[in-house]
Write a protein of this length. Sequence first.
Length: 499
Amino acid sequence: MTKPVSGSPFKFRYQLYQHLYSNIPKIYADARAAADDIGLPPELRGQIGLTGSISSCHALLRRDVREAMDTAARKVVENKFLVDEIREIVKEGYGDDYDAAPLNTAEAALALCFDVLATPPIAGRGDTYRTRYIAPYERHAHHQAGYGRPFPPRYKDLYADRGVTAGELGIAGKRLDNLDVVLTPLAGARYEAHGIKYFPTVLLADVDVDASADRLRTVAARHAPMVSAFASMGYDTPGYGHGHHDPDGAPSLMRRIGALAAEYDVPYIVDNAKGVPFLGIDPRQIGASAVLYSMDKASGAPTGGLIIGREDVMVPLRRALGMHGERAGNPLSYGKAGYVGYDGGKEYLVGLVAALKAIRERPDVINGPLDRMYEIVVEEFDTLHPDLRRGIIISKSLNGATVEVNYQHTWDDGFGVPIFSIEDMYAGTSLFQSALSQMGILPAVAYDANVMITPGLGTTDEDGNLLEDEMRYAVRGLVRLIEIVCRYAGVFGYSQTAA
């Protein structure tokens, strides 16, 4: 049990969150007042945010991408030629053994990969068999670990409030036919219940790579006759369990999973939605069969997804999308295959080409704003209470053009900065999101003791350069909100406010 700090009025974690819930109106009022205190100009309220990586509020397009789309809108261009241009850029980056497939979202890319690569065939006499893929019990698991029926059964309702299981409008959720997912807890991870909507959180800052790899190997052996794939997140930061990298920069645990998939001769599917191709994790280093991207989140493209993977894996994926040659033998295709509903369309393809070219030819368009944003985040968080700041890990990741703020270790010696669950995020009770909106600042993804900050939501100019004042206001608002919430929680020397 976590120890309460001296003077804390709470004995148990759930009591802290009940107290926060009863004080939400006061916290919101204090947050609105704090926006005035930090001098946030009225004209910026509602116009800046901590990330452009939220699916419901996208980063703003750079001038080069927008102009490419505007120009192409009135030009006759066959989509199949645009797809081949994307393939050429990817092959220039990763070599001729790799290929690409664009589609409308990263979630569509996940559904495609699992249905094409992991589910059993439906053709042939007799009943079909079942397959299982192995996935760590990690953050965002309702994406990369949400397409099979969970095993062991204790996880069967883990995603019940997130639309993965049946229950929304009578649909069946994401789960695919005759596919199971074996959720495997990571060694060194903590799965403590936290939040106003009290629920298990996934705390990964202390993941043990060797012990976790051994555990995944043991689980895979237990299910060996049914194993059809391995899957994981692709984010390479401590808060996602990947703080340990090999000397060449590859995340150690991802490389172990890739090697395990190779032993079983099955695909390794990596959900790297917030990642940036070419600058982030390298599929060749970690043994990934397919890496999936949401290109609008950090890469500068319009809304859409992209799969990059080994050619032998990409051929069936491209065929399913109608992009791998016509039946008549023409090597160029953009047809009506089984997954035509995942088509991103001409304007997306044009914008994707422009974004990929910029990353390849001008990588500073990504890492320049990231470097300065990291400095600003460190400067602003250094103003926090010393005991609180000591437990916070701030990391910079070129993979996602991201600065990660992880505060799991503020709980090492007692109650720390309140942790909100992903269920809080969906319920609107994650105060580091909902209360930040009260300030007029669009929030970052903030749950499981982790905050991911990226530029692009009113914090960059038309050419992608960081607008430092706007970025600083957004980060300063977050820091001030942490202080407000900690005051109501009665931790780290902040005075307790009565309910």
